[in-house]
Ligand binder design. Sequence first.
Ligand code: ATP
Ligand code: PH2
Length: 722
Amino acid sequence: MPSEPVAEPLAGDAAQVALPPTIPPGDAAVPDAVAAPAAVVAPVALPPVTLPDDVASVASQPAEEVGPVEADVPLVTEVAPGPADDDVLVDPADEDDAAFAALRTQDRMDEIPASPVDVVLSLGSNVGDPQQTLRDAISALDAIGGIEVLDVSPLARTAPVGGVDQDDFLNAVVVARTSMSARELLHACQDVEHSFGRVREQRWGPRTLDVDLIVYGTLTDVAEDLELPHPRAHERAFVLEPWSQVQPDAVLPGLGGGPVAQLAATAPDRAGIRWLALDWLGDEESAAPDAHPQAEQSPAAAPAVAVAPADAEQQTAPRDAAPSGPASTATPAVVQRAPSTEATLAAQPVPATQAAPVVQAAPAADLLPEPSSAPTQSTPTHLPEPGSDPQPVAGYPPAEPVAARPTLPEQAPPVPPAAPESFDALLAPAPAQPVAPPPAVEPVAPVPTHAVEPAQAAPPAQPTAPASADDDPQRLPHGPVDAATSAPAGLFGAPAATPPVGAHQAASAPSTGGASDPLAVPSAEPVVFPPVRHAEVQPFAPTSAGVVGHVVAPTAVLVDPHEPAAPAVLDAPAGSWADALVPPSSTAPTAPGTGPAPVAAPAPFAAPASATQPVAPATPVAPAQPAGGLLTGVPLSFPPVSGGTRAVEPPRTEQPRTGQPVPAQSSDGGPAFFAGAPGAPTFAAPGNAPGADQVPGFGAPADPTRPAAPLFPPTREEPPTR
Ligand SMILES: Nc1ncnc2c1ncn2[C@@H]1O[C@H](COP(=O)(O)OP(=O)(O)OP(=O)(O)O)[C@@H](O)[C@H]1O
Ligand SMILES: Nc1nc2c(c(=O)[nH]1)N=C(CO)CN2
């Protein structure tokens, strides 16, 4: 029998290559790598086929968007009849399924949602003026029709992941809502990247701006140009950690997904999270279009987040074009939103004794009544060098572990107490410190595919007995809390002549770690990266229990994710950019000395605003802790109350290194609490100070009109790892 030539085998080959399922997920972000198959398939000017109605519109789109679609359908049609069995490379039935799966994928990526879809975007920058770039990028995104920014995470300084020798990144996560299709949103993100001069010179290399689409609703799909969820999100602490801060109950759908806080706690690069800045978006002035503002600013004039110019000499990475365009025009669109009464405060769940908040300079005129003493703060956290984490970074070149940061000098000059003059200074490497290897990464428990179970609320009862850090290998060793000697150096802005509200910002006190660099958080101690715990911030007023925390406005608070109990100082800047991101919420006036019953809310937005049981304000209670000393990222929420912003402090129930228990109390002698810890009191302000019912814009407001459920409920059972 004469052999038939070749049409079918060719078609079969082409079909095999073209099918999206053959694209390794890990390569999905490298379109170049998968472009060839499309070219192979291109000649598929095979007999025309009639597309199903539901795919016809897709196939009629430009080839660059739907290449596989056009290719696949004819191939399926041709191959289906099949040559001799031996010659069949692809089972027709399978191929048919795959082809239609491809079509379906294309459909879904291009599908305009019937109603707005919640999405999460990850932003990163390490070239130029990263902080300003990220601010402006968020404004630019929000200014795009079809994208509504809902929340912005704290700003994280993160060690570079991926093996490329480069500067630290600043990362943030944006929770948004979009009426765009997933692909449209991707393109919008890419447009923003380009508008900030993004040039993709090196994979995982330095960039002015990176905007990744992490999740689009619950969509899980792979296309040639887009994979959802982002294929590496599940293993990236620089994504997961900020995300979990802003959405503690979020669940990453798809393969390798799970509760975001849990994934963050076990992500290979978690040790590279150097700090988190809470209120970093600043006010309108600080979001000015000038990408390189004056470095030196008087404290009174300093924006909420001082923006320092990039220092060319410190740039080891190729410098992209400076951020431009979108900044000035887009910012107001975000600023115009209504302020909120609450915010989520990131506190550390691990037994707390160390704390390393760094609060930027605040205009003294904006300060609310100053408490009697500065909040208790300790030194910048002791963090391990990113590379000290022995865990390989999955998905990255194994030969280039996260640890490799040879450009970072081992010894950085001590940073004076004044704020850094340039943003590069913010990105300057921390002085080298002896770093003990971190403890072995705890095994990742099978990741539930359902929403995170709220942790058991600790009963509002007795102060928790101090526990020895030695008891729990996963716990941070800790030292005594001494505000007088451990006030952290400021990160942003120049130090105020009279430090607002104690020693929140730039201070010259030496750190217990021996480093005065405000960013210097190397550690001589093993550090466990704990899941974050959240609590809403309450307005506050002094009560008989004493002032718990302090009010500063406007401020930024740096929460060192490695610190178990960073004192939290939140501000209430009127009309700040950050505030504007959080819609107004209902407030439940609370009588002085009373407050809502602290509850472990099942979701960050679920606190009942009507709960008004009196709370014994002098009953510090440490949060419930599961075995192992780690909490589970449970949001602890309180309903909002009117008045000033209450800043909160963690309980001081841990034993210092000296072995002497540190009594649970606030810096001024009153009881101290984790923000929102069960048992923590709420306070009502005697009056409504201007702007006092506003809390900077990150976090999950307890607005009952907002969803209480995790944003991304799981859709299907998945194995815990990819
Ligand atoms: N969820 C996603 N978000 C953003 N880009 C994606 C996504 N899925 C696939 N891609 C593709 O990845 C390509 C490369 O993206 P990008 O240049 O941002 O990669 P990268 O930042 O260097 O690395 P990584 O993708 O690991 O973050 C993009 O052109 C885009 O088509
Ligand atoms: N810390 C950090 N590392 C990275 C980042 C990033 O945003 N932050 N982005 C990358 C490419 O997307 C590669 N590596």
